[in-house]
Design a protein around this ligand. Structure first.
Ligand SMILES: [Zn+2]
Ligand SMILES: [Zn+2]
Length: 140
């Protein structure tokens, strides 16, 4: 389903074709997601890069790259340089044609119920398990 997304300040907007969230919405409890979302987890869906298109303000996007402590490949994080919201991340481990959309910013995204949780070992003790949980990354 095609969804419109926007950052908090509204200067960057996009559309993205998302798969059925009831089978693909994924919470990530890792430390990087906590830091970058200023929250206990991030809400994500994996899509082909071709499913995502900026409709406004692409020139305001900045990027940040980190390499996780887990010995993984670099992760490229794209965000609005004004308000710091992240439309998506690109994980090199997934290849160049897949992105991880931050679904909290798309229309209706706040209502998505997680199907899967990753980095469950980092889940805050006060959070209940909701989706199928993997300790770290799911097996490929
Ligand atoms: Zn913004
Ligand atoms: Zn994460």
């Amino acid at each position: 389903m095609s969804r419109a997304g926007k950052c908090h300040c509204g200067q960057v907007q996009w559309t993205v074709e998302l798969p059925d969230e009831s089978v693909s919405m994924m919470l990530c409890h890792c430390g990087a997601c906590k830091a970058m979302s200023s929250s206990g987890y991030s809400q994500n869906q994996m899509v082909p890069k071709s499913a995502f298109r900026y409709t406004k303000g692409e020139e305001l996007i900045s990027s940040y790259t980190y390499t996780s402590d887990n010995g993984g490949l670099p992760v490229h994080c794209y965000f609005c340089s004004i308000c710091s919201c992240h439309p998506y991340h690109q994980l090199e481990v997934l290849g160049p044609d897949t992105i991880v959309v931050k679904t909290v910013h798309v229309d209706g995204g706040l209502a998505f119920v997680p199907a899967v949780e990753i980095f469950g070992v980092c889940r805050q003790p006060w959070q209940k398990e909701i989706g199928l949980t993997f300790d770290n990354m799911p097996p490929a």
